[in-house]
Design a protein around this ligand. Structure first.
Ligand code: CO8
Length: 261
């Protein structure tokens, strides 16, 4: 069942800990308007607060994940408009989402759409997916992490090529470069993403949260600082009931029942 609070998203009720959020603006290939990005930020805030949501799967349609920022809306913003850009808050909110976020991507994943996909922790794409930062063709450049997250994901040379030529890469290239973790047949992308999300949803939410934070922290810092953060996070988990349960379940040869305590 979908939540009708949202006009450009299909926000499904969580099932077995997994909530599916679908970008839904078919008339513009899911181009991200300020309002749509605001809806997504809000949906993720709600997912964060909802204890029955353990993992979110973000997807688009069969043809497109998202074709970028809405160029028509963008054309109306001058420099001061961009300086006061309300989308910035939404991006920050999306980037702070603490639960695992899995993206299921088919078709075009361009510009702001690719930047959005890179906010996901795990990216699973159909063989038909195309990833690109075509902003250079509009006389601009990526503005929501496309020069920063992309280089961390695929390395300097490919990031430069994508950003400076505006040419997209296909799913196979994205897999080889490390931008995505798996390729599937297009009709199976969402199913596979839901499978991965369901596996994750059975784990301890506390361990998931700290493991995600630790990996993301490590991408932004030097090794020693990252290792210190990991050590602290690992130590904190030693005080949880979920750790007791996980270890007891292993010793008793039964599946663990994690409660997030
Ligand atoms: N913005 C607004 N409308 C769009 C966008 C977009 N990004 N992409 C497609 N549409 C609209 C088209 O205008 C068209 O509408 P209409 O029928 O009313 O003319 C409809 O979607 C269908 O599109 P096409 O007819 O072009 O479909 P094609 O199959 O021929 O082509 C493409 C598909 C190749 C994806 C093509 O639509 C395209 O090149 N789109 C633009 C891609 C692009 O340049 N993206 C980057 C935008 S800039 C950006 O993302 C900056 C990010 C800054 C950070 C902040 C983000 C929120």
């Amino acid at each position: 069942m979908s939540n009708s609070l949202y006009s450009m998203l299909d926000v499904h009720s969580p099932a077995n800990g997994v909530q599916q959020i679908q970008l839904h603006r078919p008339e513009a290939l899911n181009a991200l308007t300020t309002a749509m990005l605001g809806e997504l930020a809000l949906a993720l805030e709600e997912a964060e607060a909802n204890e029955s949501v353990k993992v979110v799967v973000l997807t688009g349609s069969a043809r497109v994940f998202a074709a970028g920022a809405d160029v028509k809306e963008m054309a109306e913003r001058d420099m001061v408009g961009i300086l006061k850009d309300p989308r910035q808050q939404s991006w920050q909110s999306i980037s702070r989402f603490p639960k695992p976020l899995v993206a299921a991507i088919n078709g075009y994943c361009l510009g702001g759409g690719c930047e959005l996909a890179m906010h996901a922790d795990i990216l699973i794409a159909g063989t038909d997916a195309k990833f690109g930062q075509p902003e250079i063709n509009l006389g601009i450049m990526p503005g929501a992490g496309g020069t920063q997250r992309l280089v961390r994901a695929v390395g300097k040379s490919l990031a430069m090529q994508m950003v400076l030529t505006g040419q997209p890469i296909n799913a196979l290239q994205a897999k080889e470069a490390g931008l995505i973790s798996e390729i599937t047949q297009p009709e199976l992308t969402l199913t596979r993403a839901m499978e991965v999300a369901s596996q994750i949803a059975k784990k301890s939410p506390l361990a998931l949260r700290l493991a995600k934070e630790s990996i993301l922290k490590g991408m932004d810092t030097d090794l020693n600082t990252g290792l210190r953060f990991e050590r602290h996070a690992f130590t904190v988990l030693a005080g949880t009931k979920d750790r007791e349960e996980g270890i007891a379940a292993f010793l008793e040869k039964r599946p663990a029942k994690f409660t997030g305590q």
